[in-house]
Write a protein that binds this ligand. Sequence first.
Ligand code: ADP
Ligand code: MG
Ligand code: MG
Length: 210
Amino acid sequence: MGCSSEGVAAALRAAAETVAEHRGELVELDRAIGDGDHGENLSRGFTAIVSALETEVPATPSAVAKLAATTLISKVGGAAGPLYGTAFLRASTRLGDAAEVDVPLLVSALEAALEGVQARGKAVAGDATMVDALIPAVAAASAAAGSADASVASVLAAAASAADAGAESTVDLVPRKGRASYLGERAVGHLDPGARSTALLLHAFAEAAR
Ligand code: ADP
Ligand code: MG
Ligand code: MG
């Protein structure tokens, strides 16, 4: 079964709840190796998405993703706003005029999101950014989609758990992009806040799709 525009809206509402719940944690992670605003930034952005969805849920999954993108780009400053905004924008473009997101389209949209983040931020695997959560997440989504009983929920669950491991891997890395890169070796031993938030978002999407 696929995911309608209402389903995508529900996933974004779930993401907003998760971000609110983990706001303090994300602030603490960013305080250690950045400027301490990642939790605030995302919380502001996802609260604005939920408000926009209260006015109207757009008609297609693509339009809902585009609403999320434009809201994140306009409301969230710093690095994460444009990066997550680009992720949703590329996903929106990939979703096209489909009325439902099915498994192959979901994998394709996740691939587009990753391409967008990398095109915008130029981070590669091992730079200790959200890309270190997103690369394994997309690979796991693609692998899970090959299973005979794959569903949107099972693909997102596989992506989320791979993102957890990918985020965890940033602890041992020397950051090469974003504010944490100013600390160099001193940032080793810390979890990247954006990698953590990527994993949290994917878990929220997976739960919403169940
Ligand atoms: P800022 O650093 O501007 O305060 P945030 O705190 O909201 O922005 O987001 C920081 C997160 O953004 C980092 O933890 C990292 O995951 C991500 N990030 C920063 N720069 C890049 C980049 N060039 N490519 C990918 N992700 C990045
Ligand atoms: Mg910050
Ligand atoms: Mg900042």
